[in-house]
Each structure stands twice: as structure tokens, then as C-alpha cells.
Design a protein around this ligand. Structure first.
Ligand SMILES: C[S@@+](CC[C@H](N)C(=O)[O-])C[C@H]1O[C@@H](n2cnc3c(N)ncnc32)[C@H](O)[C@@H]1O
Length: 275
């Protein structure tokens, strides 16, 4: 793992667990991050590969960037990336790590901001926008998609990743995650994208057998957040490859959905003058 990603994950884990930093570092030097996002990023990277998107010198926006690992990955591929995130702690940590690893600010910057007000942030236009594991947190999802569409250059592309509404969930985990809806139906997303001015180009889906739910549920046999997190990490090296394998073998919409779309048209949001 790249040293800046290691720093990001260690900093993030230390805010959530009492596990010593050196144990987290040791674990991450051997295994991948024991997180659902490890699988989500598989889909994002696969769509970038499939569509041969060259990010060199392109402006990219990571909407609701969390700890910033995707933004760092895009910046390392030559993109000029802005990450917007509500959590000031995550933004501060990501900016510190970017500085430590000599990412110039014009190539990688993290801003504290509410993505529902993206249009008030004077960010300019982007060649690529990423919205990963965020839309299910946003009450007015259509309004956010419209704002994203406005921020895309003509011909720019948009990657959207959401959980499936059909996946099995653990209610307490969902509540902790702050989702305002369980997810989206695979079949409904193309219409949602089309309605907000995008043209769907490609899709990816993972976890067709719902193994992430089993992974989460089996780690909950232990009491307490820290112990559960540790058991989740112990199971990760089994579940992550298993989910990858079953996602390749069983071709049907799974628990995680990912879409690549391009800007289709300029949305006309001016008030109607009819009558
Ligand atoms: C599940 S995390 C996903 C983070 C990242 N995209 C990833 O894939 O790891 C959702 C993130 O969205 C952020 N978030 C939620 N609502 C937001 C809002 N209105 N504006 C900006 N960020 C928001 C949360 O703070 C959280 O870091």
C-alpha cells in the first residue's frame, strides 16, 4: 500500500478504535483495508480501466470524499483533485497527509463543505466527478445530481457508487452510517441519471451473494464496538477475496452498484415562462 494511503487509514482507524497504531500499520502492511470501501473502489477502478479514462492533468472532484483515499489515488494518477467533505476532522487529516507527502495544493486539496451546497462553493468546472457511498446520505438526491451535472465540463464523466436497496442490512449499522435511505434499485439508477442530465455509459456491480452482510453479521457475535471491529478485520482477508470471486462468477446485481455516466445536455433549470 502506498505510504500516504497507509497514513490515511491509520489516522482514520485511530479515531474509531483503541487498537494501537503499530498493530493497524502492521495489519495494513499485509492486508487490504478491512472495509467495504476496498470493494467499492474495485468497481470505480474497473470502470476507469474499462472506459480508458485518462486523468492526467484533468480536474476531478470527489464529492463526500471521507478520509480522502480515492482523491489521493486520483491525484497519484495525475489528476488535479478537490475533495469536499462535511467532517472537518477528516479534511484536516487528509490535508496534513497531502502536505507531508508533498502533494502540491493545486493538485490535491480537501475542503470542508456541505455537498448539498456545492453550487455556492465556486469550485469551477470538472472533467470528472466521483460520488462514492454518499448519495444514500443525502435527502434531496436529485438536487445533488443536478448540481454535479452543472459542475461537469461538456464531455466530462461522472462515477456514482451506491448500495443496492435489495441488500440485507443490519439496522443499527445503517443508523450509525447515517443513511437516509437503504440504497437504490439497480434498475432505477439509469432513469435517475437520465432525468438529471447524464447518459449512462457503463455499470459494475459487486457482492451478488450478499457476503458483506454475512461478514458484518458474523463479526457482531462479539460484544462492544472495538471487539467487533477487530473481528471484522480478522475476517476481512477471507471475505474480501471471496466477495471478489463470487462477484466475478455470479453475474447479477449485487449489494454494491457503480455507474459511469457522461454529461448529456445542459439542464435547463430556469423558471418556466409558459402561460
Ligand atoms: C460512507 S462515507 C463515504 C466516504 C468516501 N466517499 C468513501 O467512499 O470512502 C460518506 C461520507 O460522506 C460525508 N457526508 C455526508 N453528508 C455530507 C454532506 N452533506 N456534505 C459533505 N459530506 C457529506 C460523510 O461525512 C462521510 O465522510
Amino acid at each position: 500500500m502506498k505510504p500516504y494511503l497507509l497514513d490515511l487509514f491509520v489516522a482514520s482507524a485511530r479515531t474509531r478504535t483503541r487498537t494501537p497504531g503499530w498493530v493497524i500499520r502492521w495489519y495494513l502492511s499485509i492486508f487490504e483495508p478491512p472495509l467495504g470501501k476496498t470493494l467499492r473502489l474495485d468497481m470505480v477502478k474497473a470502470l476507469l480501466r474499462q472506459s480508458k479514462c485518462d486523468l492526467k492533468g484533468k480536474r476531478a472532484l470527489d464529492v463526500g470524499c471521507g478520509i480522502g483515499d480515492l482523491a489521493f489515488t486520483l491525484a497519484a494518477r495525475g489528476a488535479k483533485v478537490t475533495g469536499v467533505e462535511l467532517d472537518a476532522g477528516k479534511v484536516e487529516s487528509a490535508n496534513q497527509i497531502a502536505h507531508k507527502w508533498n502533494f502540491p495544493q493545486e493538485n490535491l486539496q480537501f475542503l470542508v463543505g456541505d455537498v448539498t451546497k456545492l453550487d455556492q462553493m465556486n469550485l469551477g468546472l470538472f472533467d470528472a466527478i466521483f460520488c462514492v457511498a454518499l448519495l444514500e446520505h443525502i435527502q434531496d438526491d436529485v438536487a445533488l445530481l443536478e448540481q454535479i451535472q452543472h459542475l461537469l465540463c461538456p464531455g466530462g464523466f461522472f462515477i456514482l457508487e451506491v448500495p443496492s436497496a435489495t441488500r440485507k442490512t443490519i439496522p443499527e449499522v445503517e443508523a450509525e452510517d447515517g443513511h437516509v435511505r437503504p440504497g437504490y434499485f439497480f434498475e432505477e439508477v439509469p432513469a435517475l441519471l437520465s432525468r438529471t442530465g447524464f447518459h449512462l455509459v457503463a455499470t459494475r456491480t459487486m457482492d451478488s451473494l450478499g457476503l458483506r452482510y454475512r461478514w458484518c453479521a458474523s463479526s457482531r457475535v462479539l460484544p462492544g464496538r472495538t471487539a467487533r471491529g477487530q473481528l471484522f478485520a480478522v475476517f476481512a482477508p477471507v471475505f474480501i477475496p471471496l466477495i471478489r470471486l463470487t462477484s466475478m462468477l455470479v453475474k447479477r446485481p449485487g449489494a454494491e452498484l457503480c455507474f459511469l455516466a457522461v454529461k448529456e445536455r445542459v439542464l435547463d433549470t430556469s423558471p418556466s415562462t409558459g402561460g
